[in-house]
Design a binder for this molecule. Structure first.
Ligand SMILES: [Zn+2]
Length: 492
């Protein structure tokens, strides 16, 4: 290397290194200053009892409206009526598609856009053969003092009952909102994609038909996760879901002549398909640090201690490197790109028969900004065997829009989270699964997915699984959050 160049490079690197501590020093948490909030009146005993009893009503929905067990939903509605008398007396209730409940709490002013709080009443069933693995039966709603156990404890009767508790308590305190407040309780989130049978789609249409545009929507999604790496960071991360990924299953098929397996060619349809699968897996979508993820990393980076901060304060300059590194860690990669999962395979129906058709199903979780069409284009491009047939299966959906992080509603959530616990980092994040919230896009731009419950990652994994349960210690804050949120978000 040229001596001068070497010198210049050395000087440059030296200057950059010297500026690191300065930049790290300046790289401070910039969230809203934590203003401690006054205590909130919460009837914790009532909430615990009502959550337990709500779990005891197994509100499992069916994709086919003809097969819906309406009896359990009728029971659930009667249960809500009995436990939340004030809400049923003071709010206007419209039943939509037989199972969804849309409450309108009329505000003082009709010139302001209303807010909506969403939750779904339905829960997923128990996977076959897993019932015996449960410590307490899934629909007993056992409260052992430490946890409330059962299907829906996290997804999402905890959230639904907390919203109802907050409304009931605010009413008992004589609170009246400025804006209209809607409580929208869907009945088939777990089984239904966007179509007219979907309770959320129907509720959104209800708003659209009346020309109502919502200021903001809050639904399930992010939670408060303890983030603890010894000596580096010890914080709670409140992830506000500002977007959700899209979904597509694509059947990829190769056809062949078939025949008797005793006269097998060198490559059967399955052999040819194997190459196709390799083409697909070897051409993953490119990972990149989107502005939304950059903000998440930035917020976390500001809260770590030295010397890690020397690195995190430079994340801006390291985005491509970071994306490359994280693309090898599946959970992290899923936050940065459209994921590709080859999940099912089929061939001949019998061992001694050559397959006439071999196919795999590839599951894609699509990153916001890309579409289902982009996924199909990508597949056509990377598969070298052009005789392959691609078939997009029903149930697909494009990713959601990305909600802004500078809206009034986002700032309110941020302020309450920080006020409730100054050790909280509030950051936007991407929701991997689907929620009802995206169906409200036609009537709302500010859609946030956030459940105000502090739950460890290990416990969160019990969602839809065995031993779903919520820590009793996290419950009070949930109701307090919604009371504060309704009060602030429904104000002028
Ligand atoms: Zn859910």
């Amino acid at each position: 290397m040229d001596k001068k160049l070497k010198y210049a490079l050395g000087a440059g690197l030296g200057a950059a290194a010297a500026s690191l501590p300065v930049r790290a020093y300046l790289h401070k948490p910039e969230s809203v200053p934590a203003q401690p909030l006054p205590a909130e009146n919460v009837d914790l005993a009532r909430y615990r009892k009502n959550l337990s009893d709500a779990i005891r009503i197994p509100t499992i929905a069916d994709r086919d409206p003809e097969k819906m067990n309406w009896d359990v939903f009728d029971r659930f509605h009667a249960f809500l009526r009995e436990r939340y008398p004030l809400a049923h007396e003071k709010l206007e209730l419209t039943v939509i598609r037989r199972g969804s409940l849309l409450f309108r709490w009329q505000g003082k002013r009709q010139d302001l856009e209303p807010i909506a709080l969403l939750a779904h009443q339905d829960v997923v069933p128990i996977s076959e053969g897993t019932l015996d693995d449960w410590t307490h039966p899934p629909f007993d709603g056992v409260d052992d003092g430490e946890f409330i156990w059962g299907r829906g404890a996290l997804d999402m009767k905890n959230h639904l009952i907390a919203v109802m508790e907050s409304v009931e308590t605010l009413l008992s305190e004589g609170f009246r909102p400025e804006r209209d407040v809607y409580i929208c309780l869907g009945h088939n989130e777990e089984v239904m994609c966007a179509n007219e049978e979907n309770g959320a789609t129907a509720m959104c249409l209800w708003f659209a038909d009346r020309g109502i545009h919502l200021d903001s929507v809050i639904d399930e999604g992010g939670a408060i996760l303890p983030v603890n790496v010894k000596g580096v960071i010890d914080k709670n991360l409140a992830g506000i879901g500002v977007a959700e990924k899209g979904y597509a299953d694509v059947e990829v098929s190769v056809f062949a002549k078939g025949g008797h397996s005793s006269q097998s060619p060198n490559h059967t349809a399955i052999g040819k398909l194997a190459k196709v699968v390799l083409d697909i897996e070897n051409h993953q979508f490119k990972a990149k640090v989107s502005p939304m993820m950059a903000e998440l990393f930035d917020q976390i980076g500001r809260n770590v201690s030295y010397p890690v901060k020397l690195v995190t304060c430079n994340l801006k300059y390291m985005k491509p490197l970071l994306a490359k590194g994280l693309s090898y860690v599946p959970p992290a990669a899923s936050m940065l790109r459209t994921t590709t999962g080859v999940t099912m395979a089929s061939g001949s129906p019998q061992a001694n028969v050559l397959p006439q058709k071999a196919s795999v199903i590839v599951n894609f979780r699509i990153f916001p900004g890309q579409t289902v069409d982009d996924v199909l284009d990508h597949l056509r491009k990377v598969i070298r065997n052009k005789k392959v047939e691609l078939n997009l299966l029903p149930g697909w959906k494009n990713p959601s829009e990305i909600s802004p992080t500078d809206s009034r509603a986002y700032h309110i959530i941020e302020k309450i989270c920080r006020g409730m616990d100054k050790n909280t980092i509030v950051a936007p994040y991407l929701v991997m699964g689907g929620t009802d919230a995206c169906h409200y896009q036609p009537v709302c731009k500010n859609i946030y997915r956030y459940s105000p419950f502090k739950v460890s990652t290990a416990l969160l994994l019990t969602t839809h699984g065995t031993n779903e349960r919520i820590p009793v210690a996290s419950l009070e804050a949930g109701v307090a959050f919604f009371k504060r949120y309704i009060r602030a978000a429904s104000a002028e």
